[in-house]
Design a protein around this ligand. Structure first.
Ligand SMILES: *[C@@H]1O[C@H](CO)[C@@H](O)[C@H](O)[C@H]1NC(C)=O
Ligand SMILES: *[C@@H]1O[C@H](CO)[C@@H](O)[C@H](O)[C@H]1NC(C)=O
Ligand SMILES: *[C@@H]1O[C@H](CO)[C@@H](O)[C@H](O)[C@H]1NC(C)=O
Ligand SMILES: *[C@@H]1O[C@H](CO)[C@@H](O)[C@H](O)[C@H]1NC(C)=O
Ligand SMILES: *[C@@H]1O[C@H](CO)[C@@H](O)[C@H](O)[C@H]1NC(C)=O
Ligand SMILES: *[C@@H]1O[C@H](CO)[C@@H](O)[C@H](O)[C@H]1NC(C)=O
Ligand SMILES: *[C@@H]1O[C@H](CO)[C@@H](O)[C@H](O)[C@H]1NC(C)=O
Ligand SMILES: *[C@@H]1O[C@H](CO)[C@@H](O)[C@H](O)[C@H]1NC(C)=O
Ligand SMILES: *[C@@H]1O[C@H](CO)[C@@H](O)[C@H](O)[C@H]1NC(C)=O
Length: 678
């Protein structure tokens, strides 16, 4: 009973403050904070930061132009300007997608920076004051150099601090005059073990939760079928409710299937419930499907001559394509959410690109939870060592993560004029808006074969992608705007020496790569050559509180699973641990075991899935496995609730329970009675 109460209070806190100052180190231009060589001359920042020395000089110029007449005020304003260098500047300066000129100034009663700013600046003259009222919410630079004091602009301290003051909340951090410091005591311990149950025998590549928030998911296989399935409640002892003979849609006729080809991804539009739009990403063969004909990724723009590829690969080049196709669930149910079938006719071709070789073409598609844009993961196109150096080439879409807008589709003339690869437009702040060398679709580059990316469901700025290595290292990256992840100058953190280089080389010191935050070397698992990572998710379900907050990933060849825990929380710094896993004794489908061990035999681990309750699944070659309460495998976890069963709706509204002791008793009674069944 005590245990139950404690859990309820715990979950209550989690529900009330799930985002408390939780944010990734991220710059206000969405780029990664970097360690600067040497120190800045103007702003007092060191370590990881968001300013280069030229940005530091610009800040200094802006500051000097303000010509502030009081030195205390000048130092306060300087600290505010320099806060753009803070590694958390995105949280300090961003409101929705706009930037504010001044961060929220901390105004807690005990130590109010806002009050200090008022006191030191109220009578100081500032040219082009950043505190002008019209500037509060939008970054407009006033056209005229106007001298003003705070008292010209605001009636009183309280009026000023009502406008500029505030405290940390889920969307913003407040600025207290100093570099944001991490709470070093907040660390997430790794789980002792992951307990799995097997709920289906099928072999799937993708799982996507139904956009209506229900307990349904879509599952797709490599051949090109998508099924709609009902997820059984935790602890129900039931299996996945999926009718193999009745897929939601069967696209196998359009999909080219072979060991490295097939349907690699699917995504449902964020407004699927209203517009019925969904998308599949697959490979096609131009000799078999008439619509399978696009520009070859090996072309003169990227210094690649398709007729020269022959010596590197026996396949006919650009015979196979990667396509993203839009379909519709309209008209088969009373609303798209009710639809249990969709038509196989293509509504629109979103993307078509011919592949130079036969491997490493990623293919996952995802909608960004905050921006609503479609992300397409694309590998380097294959052949050993990326001979044409596509991944480092900003003109090539191979070895990239792309970001496109599928809601605003330009006219055909416009598409041709812009040189796009299909029916989509370019989000206005893609990296190409600042770097003209970059193809407009590119969000990040220098990847080999991104195999499974996910956004943390509690902190959408954490966009993690695993990238499959070649000979030595499997990696997990945090993906930032415009980031270069190193391949094939580096493989993970290790310099890479290519053997065949018709596309030339990129030198080690000409790039500034972002190194992986987690990963493993092939040597460390004795799998020289034959390892391949499958990226997973930050675990955010209530089922296993001891795994909450850890990022899970595995090796394709199974036998290994890892968890990466951030140390300290919100630092972007991870500690990884090899995490044991086993199969629940009461698993609805008995697990096959690796002989003479207590390790379940999953065969190949293709990918992970997450449902609407944030429960996590492993999609393996021989079935679907769900992460369940650790005690079902005898893993110790003191925070575990006895049972997260559907018969206790009160638990999901944990905060209510606190005020109704009677209900707690009832809940405990249900828990006790359940123990008999389990
Ligand atoms: C700065 O302000 C001082 C008086 O406070 C004035 O003498 C000086 O000309 C100003 N400089 C500029 C560049 O506006
Ligand atoms: C800016 O300066 C111009 C000419 O110097 C003047 O006409 C205009 O009124 C000024 N605008 C503001 C907002 O002060
Ligand atoms: C702090 O800022 C908030 C948000 O603007 C405001 O509502 C509150 O009154 C301020 N508190 C103080 C003590 O100034
Ligand atoms: C850091 O986190 C710990 C644990 O949540 C908390 O007790 C402590 O007050 C926090 N410290 C600061 C400075 O926020
Ligand atoms: C899964 O496969 C096992 C062993 O082949 C079989 O006993 C079981 O009935 C199957 N379960 C389902 C739900 O298909
Ligand atoms: C599907 O229905 C929505 C809502 O009625 C409509 O906006 C959309 O154009 C339809 N799409 C297709 C492909 O029919
Ligand atoms: C746009 O979509 C239509 C319909 O699927 C297709 O015929 C056309 O080829 C696509 N355009 C491009 C550039 O892919
Ligand atoms: C690229 O680098 C590799 C390894 O250092 C070297 O063997 C090769 O000759 C270089 N290729 C070119 C075109 O410079
Ligand atoms: C990152 O985590 C490691 C432990 O894995 C720790 O030793 C190190 O101090 C952390 N680095 C930072 C910058 O917090």
């Amino acid at each position: 009973m005590d245990k139950v109460l404690i859990f309820i209070q715990f979950s209550c806190l989690v529900l009330l403050f799930p985002f408390q100052s939780s944010s990734l180190p991220l710059c206000s231009d969405l780029r990664a904070p970097r360690i600067q060589k040497g120190h800045l001359t103007f702003c007092p920042y060191n370590g990881k930061m968001c300013c280069s020395s030229s940005q530091d000089q610009q800040l200094q110029k802006r500051f000097q132009a303000m010509n502030i007449s009081d030195s205390n005020c000048a130092s306060a304003v300087k600290s505010i300007l320099c806060a753009t260098c803070d590694q958390f500047s995105a949280k300090l300066f961003t409101i929705d997608t706009e930037l504010r000129p001044v961060p929220i100034l901390c105004n807690s009663t005990s130590n109010s920076f806002c009050s200090n700013v008022w006191k030191s600046c109220q009578n100081a003259l500032i040219s082009n004051s950043p505190f002008a009222p019209a500037l509060q919410s939008k970054a407009i630079v006033p056209r005229n150099a106007t001298l003003s004091k705070l008292t010209d602009l605001w009636q009183s301290e309280s009026e000023f601090c009502n406008a500029f003051g505030g405290v940390n909340d889920e969307n913003t951090l407040c600025f207290n005059g100093e570099q944001i410091s991490l709470n070093k005591t907040n660390t997430i311990p790794p789980p002792k073990g992951i307990c799995l149950e097997k709920i289906d025998n099928g072999s799937y590549l993708n799982m996507v939760p139904h956009p209506d928030g229900s307990n349904r998911v879509f599952l797709s296989n490599q051949a090109g079928k998508i099924w709609l399935a009902k997820i059984p409640d935790q602890d129900s002892g039931e299996v996945l409710n999926l009718d193999e003979l009745n897929p939601f849609v069967d696209l196998t006729e359009q999909v080219h299937l072979d060991s490295t080809f097939g349907m690699m991804g699917m995504a449902f539009h964020p407004d699927f419930e209203k517009n019925g739009r969904f998308f599949a990403s697959f490979n096609c063969d131009k000799e078999k499907s008439p619509g399978c004909l696009g520009r070859c990724a090996c072309n003169s723009d990227v210094d690649c001559d398709p007729s020269e590829l022959g010596s590197l690969d026996s396949e006919e080049h650009c015979k196979y394509h990667t396509v993203v196709v839009e379909y519709s669930a309209n008209g088969t149910g009373s609303s798209p959410s009710m639809a249990e079938k969709a038509r196989t006719e293509e509504v629109r071709r979103i993307f078509t690109m011919g592949l130079p070789f036969t491997a490493d073409h990623g293919g996952q598609i995802l909608f960004g939870p905050e921006d609503g844009y479609m992300y397409i993961m694309m590998g380097d196109g294959g052949s050993k060592g990326d001979p044409y150096n596509f991944a480092q080439n900003k003109k090539s879409l191979l070895g990239k993560i792309m970001r496109i807008d599928v809601d605003n589709i330009p006219s055909e003339e416009e598409i041709v004029k812009l040189g796009l690869w299909g029916n989509y437009s370019i989000p206005p702040n893609n990296p190409s808006s600042e770097d003209k060398q970059m193809e407009p679709e590119i969000w990040a580059y220098g990847l080999r074969n991104p195999w499974r990316c996910s956004f943390d469901s509690e902190r959408p700025s954490y966009f993690l992608c695993a990238d499959i290595g070649q000979d030595q290292y499997e990696e997990v990256n945090i993906i930032y705007k415009g980031g270069n992840y190193g391949w094939r100058v580096y493989e993970g953190p290790l310099p890479f020496k290519p053997q065949i280089t018709p596309g030339g080389n990129t030198s080690l010191n000409s790039i500034d790569p972002i190194f992986p935050v987690a990963g493993y070397s092939h040597a460390s698992i004795n799998k020289l050559g034959s390892a391949a990572i499958a990226g997973g998710y930050f675990y955010r379900a209530q089922t296993d509180p001891c795994t909450f907050g850890s990022y899970l990933y595995a090796d394709l060849y199974a036998g290994y699973m890892w968890s990466a825990s951030e140390t300290p929380e919100n630092s972007g710094n991870f500690t990884t641990s090899n995490t044991p896993f086993s199969c629940a004794m009461d698993s609805p489908i008995k697990c096959d075991m690796v002989p003479n061990s207590n390790i379940p035999a999953l065969q190949l681990v293709f990918s992970f899935g997450e449902d609407n309750k944030k429960d996590i699944y492993i999609l393996a070659q021989n079935g679907v496995y769900r992460v369940v309460r650790p005690s079902r495998c005898n893993y110790a976890c003191s925070k575990e609730v006895a049972s997260v069963n559907p018969h206790m709706p009160a638990l999901s509204q944990g905060c209510l329970v606190n005020s109704y002791p009677g209900l707690v008793l009832l809940v405990s009674a249900v828990l006790l009675s359940l123990k008999f069944f389990l």
